[in-house]
Write a protein that binds this ligand. Sequence first.
Ligand SMILES: [Zn+2]
Length: 387
Amino acid sequence: MTERLYYHDSYLREFHARVLDRSDDGRALYLDRTAFYPTSGGQPNDIGSIEGVAVVDVVDEDERIAHRMAAPVDAAEVQCSVDWARRYDHMQQHSGQHLLSAVFIEQFGIETCSFHLGEETSTLDLEVPAIDMEKVTAAERRANEAVWENRPIIVTYEEAHSAGDLRKPTGRAGTLRIVSIDGLDRIACGGTHVRLTGEIGPVLIRRLEKVRTTTRVEFLCGGRAIRRARADYDLLTRTAQAFTTSIDEVPDVAGVQLAAIREADRLRRKLEAELARYQGRELYDSTPPDPNGFRRVIRRLPKGSLEDLRALAQSFTAQARAAFIGVIDQPASVLFAVSADASVEAGKTLQPLLVQAGGRGGGSARMAQGSVPTLEALDAVVRSLNR
Ligand SMILES: [Zn+2]
């Protein structure tokens, strides 16, 4: 059985232990006592070193705790060191979660049903399908006030049958480890916590996400909150520089510029259509009619989209007795348009040719388009249309 030193002193980072057992390959060690926290209760495992060899994972096996090592360790007595930066970060997030969960109950009677401490951010799931942003910011404000109040966070051991006033009922019997935030919260928990709420540091709520019937709240505490706020400020500063304005003006300036872009885009499309009308007329005038007075033209582009030829096709065939064949080599596609007085219908002419060439498409009496699998198939369709 491994004595769990972290239960009694979450600030212990250097300790000495005896090796009671090891796996056959020597890569898993079982100690008589450990300050390494194993993954459990939403809090990830510690890392660190044993006799200078890296501890890569710590696993709770009920009675014992397995320390998975980067390389075998064969000493009988070992000196151990917990990676303190990682552990303290976990303590800030976990204590911060207890505080936030307590505050959501205190302020709004909303229960927390689960907690996950992630690499970048942590989440807690509230037992409500939705929550107003005002309530969320009120909870954030109240949690930060409780941080400034610097309330003691203490661990006690109480018998399950007599341990009252817990935030969440526990199904466990026997002795419970109870983590309390003075005057705010009492809950059974095996995790590592800071001594005072002041050590949690700033509490920052970020994204909300609906997950089935619950609302997932992303939050950051302590060092993580500061790092994220710094990154946010840097991003905002770069965005402001791109708009040559101050960060407070970014939303307004971006809104004005977006409106200007939309207007410019609308104008560009209008001008393109106008230009195509002129080009279509000019192309019509410069295309000699055949003996029947019919004008037929082929426009071929190595690549692009049929959309690039549509306006020209429309304006060309807006004149009398005309047909327009638009061809794109890459991807192999074809457009066929005819004037209102043409003796053929575009869709009925093109569609069977596409099918014959292994392609697909169709359209109206005046304009049709489609694609074919190869350049050879494309040439065959164009030859048939141009006959
Ligand atoms: Zn906990």
